[in-house]
Design a protein around this ligand. Structure first.
Ligand code: PRP
Length: 186
């Protein structure tokens, strides 16, 4: 497995900047959901680092749940426009104030599908918080209520975002030099 230093082009968002912004988001969300039963839903896997840091910055009581989806056409770097539910939520969301927590919105297809699915379960409210917004790549319009950073169309990794399932643990968002990156052979 390559050391990430070999293919890191630049650090797009460093760890301190990430944590400062997440702290701001936590304050904003805590104010907006004061006196409401906030229920955070993380879409696996990319959103887990963001969720766990964000929830520690939210000062009101809240609950969490997880769901997993898979794009049709596994192995593609880009969404195909359709997603499949591979792991459902544990708890019902009817009547609850749901905030979806995502690591990145790119084409918007994933979010559009998930919002469509969860909307049928009649939550009291359904909003979206994404750490990263690759706005210029959007192919379908999706409502986003909280955005950490709008980023350029670069191939990014770290802080939950993987390269062939690795490097999610890194505390920063990096940009890949694709000429220097070698995918694992398994
Ligand atoms: C990423 C990310 C979003 C989706 C965004 O997930 O977590 O769910 O892609 O892309 P879109 O806006 O073009 O649909 P990915 O499929 O890479 O899975 P992962 O979270 O397990 O890494």
């Amino acid at each position: 497995m390559q050391d990430y230093h070999e293919f890191l082009d630049e650090i797009l968002i460093d760890a301190t900047t990430l944590q400062e912004r997440i702290s701001e988001l936590g304050v904003e969300i805590s104010q907006d959901y004061k006196d409401k039963d906030l229920h955070l839903i993380c879409i696996l896997r990319g959103g887990i680092l963001f969720l766990t840091d964000l929830m520690r910055q939210i000062s009101i009581p809240h609950t969490i749940d997880f769901m997993a989806i898979s794009s049709y056409g596994v192995g593609d770097r880009e969404s195909s426009g359709q997603v499949r539910l591979t792991m459902d939520l544990r708890d019902p969301i009817k009547g609850r104030n749901v905030l979806l927590v995502e690591d990145i919105v790119d084409s918007g297809y994933t979010l559009a599908s998930v919002l469509g699915l969860l909307g049928t379960r009649k939550p009291a409210s359904l909003k979206v918080c994404t750490l990263l917004d690759k706005a210029e790549r959007r192919e379908t319009e999706v409502p986003i209520d909280y955005v950490g950073f709008v980023i350029p169309n670069k191939y990014v990794f770290g802080y939950g975002l993987d390269l062939d399932e690795f490097y999610r643990e890194l505390p920063f968002i990096g940009v890949v030099n694709e000429e220097k990156y070698t995918p694992p052979d398994h």
